[in-house]
Design a protein around this ligand. Structure first.
Ligand code: COA
Length: 384
């Protein structure tokens, strides 16, 4: 049975900051941010947006009534959830008007959560072929104003429906993975912003990729010629470039040139949005599908979540992949965003809603929003 991704939906907030303006405000050479880090814009969420509202928006953009009726599993991968107990998935039941006879939960392992969700969804559909699974990656990446990580922030969500006979991507179930207890990035429960040993994180990420590629070749007698495209977890686009460069000189030059060209197509959206944490690899997939992919291509996907878990797996682009992604909507969303000044971004960044907050619906620009915090409970609404 063929199982994989049947549809992909995407959401990112309506405001962004320009990375050159951020560099100037921080007294940094803009080339460091645009070339050295590899970013152009960064999504800025409003205070009434969070992992729940963004997840609702990305899923809402693809879910039909027929999808809802056949859903058996809902998994949300996030590392910026709003509750230490209740899962982001449970909040989505009302917002998306989902039937109650589904299994749902949240997965946390830094940026790896959605990949764990996809592999679990694969197993679920293989046991329940008539059912579908909804896997959502949703995050707000925050390091703090004037920190080294500030340029690698971002926000957004990617939703994927997993089913049999998928239109977009067949998961081959060829996969290698590894886990190590590593202190490269962490966010204690008391903190809204992450802590990172950024350069160490780069090293671990590249080491994981190298180790997993060795393992993959051995386990499946694979060579680089089996793949035309490598997709990477891209918290900022330079990071994937570093992993890709480990192949330079080790594979034929024309193969390296092909992989580099395809990598450039896969990072277009990340340059525009920034870090999605769990969604970064899947935004790269969406970018590649819209900007370069051909049906029948074999992809190798590198998922990495600090802390750290890595997984390298293969997948095949399907004949009708374009019908499972609404390219016009994705491009419209990216193109219709508004640029926010650095000073407005700094003001919005500091706002933290407290118990008792009631949000004025007239001031809300997103479809789903945090409407109120009452008795310390976060309550959400859908804009009519
Ligand atoms: N023009 C072009 N490139 C420039 C430049 C300029 N004027 N100035 C610096 N650069 C390059 C550097 O050479 C470096 O490139 P390299 O990484 O290929 O060597 C890059 O820009 C970054 O410079 P660096 O001095 O290392 O930046 P930094 O100390 O500000 O730290 C990060 C950068 C990425 C480590 C930091 O932003 C961070 O910690 N981010 C969060 C890390 C993260 O996301 N971790 C989780 C990953 S899963």
């Amino acid at each position: 049975m063929n199982i994989g991704i049947d549809k992909i939906g995407f959401y990112t907030p309506k405001d962004y900051i320009d990375i050159v303006e951020l560099a100037k405000a921080r007294d940094v050479d803009p080339n460091k941010f645009t070339i050295g880090i590899g970013q152009d814009k960064q999504a800025v969420p409003r205070p009434y947006e969070d992992a729940v509202t963004m997840a609702a928006s990305s899923a809402d953009s693809i879910l039909t009534e027929a999808d809802k009726a056949s859903l058996g599993l809902l998994i949300v991968g996030t590392e910026s959830s709003v509750d230490e107990s209740k899962s982001t998935a449970a909040f989505l039941m009302d917002l998306l008007e989902l039937p109650e006879d589904i299994r749902s939960f949240e997965i946390k392992q830094a940026c790896y959560g959605a990949t764990a969700g996809l592999q679990t969804a694969y197993d679920f559909v293989s046991q329940n072929p008539d059912k579908k699974a909804l896997v959502i990656a949703t995050d707000i990446a925050r390091y703090g104003i004037k920190t080294p990580g500030e340029v690698t922030q971002g926000a957004g969500s990617v939703a994927m429906i997993v089913s049999q006979n998928p239109r977009v991507l067949k998961l081959n179930y060829k996969s290698v993975y590894m886990t190590k207890n590593v202190g490269d990035f962490w966010r204690p429960t008391f903190s809204k912003t992450a802590f990172a040993r950024g350069k160490y994180s780069n090293e671990i990420y590249v080491d994981f990729f190298k180790t997993l590629w060795e393992k993959y070749q051995t386990k499946y007698s694979a060579t680089i010629d089996d793949f035309s495209t490598l997709l990477f977890h891209i918290p900022y686009t330079k990071m994937g470039t570093k992993a890709l460069r480990t192949l330079e000189g080790k594979i034929p030059d024309d193969k390296y040139a092909e992989l580099t060209e395809h990598y450039q197509q896969s990072i277009k959206f990340s340059r525009e949005v920034g870090n999605l944490y769990t969604g970064s690899l899947y935004l790269g997939l969406l970018s590649y599908l819209i900007n370069g992919a051909r049906s029948g291509e074999e992809l190798l996907m590198f998922s990495y979540g600090s802390g750290a878990v890595g997984e390298l797996y293969s997948a095949e682009i399907q004949k009708d992949f374009a019908s499972g992604i609404v390219s016009e909507n994705v491009l419209k969303m990216l193109n219709e965003r508004k640029k926010m000044s650095i000073s407005d971004y700094e003001k919005i960044y500091q706002i933290e809603y407290q118990n008792g907050t009631i949000v004025d619906p007239e001031a809300v620009e997103s479809k789903f929003y945090l409407s109120e915090i009452k008795d310390n409970e976060r309550l959400y609404k859908k804009n009519k």
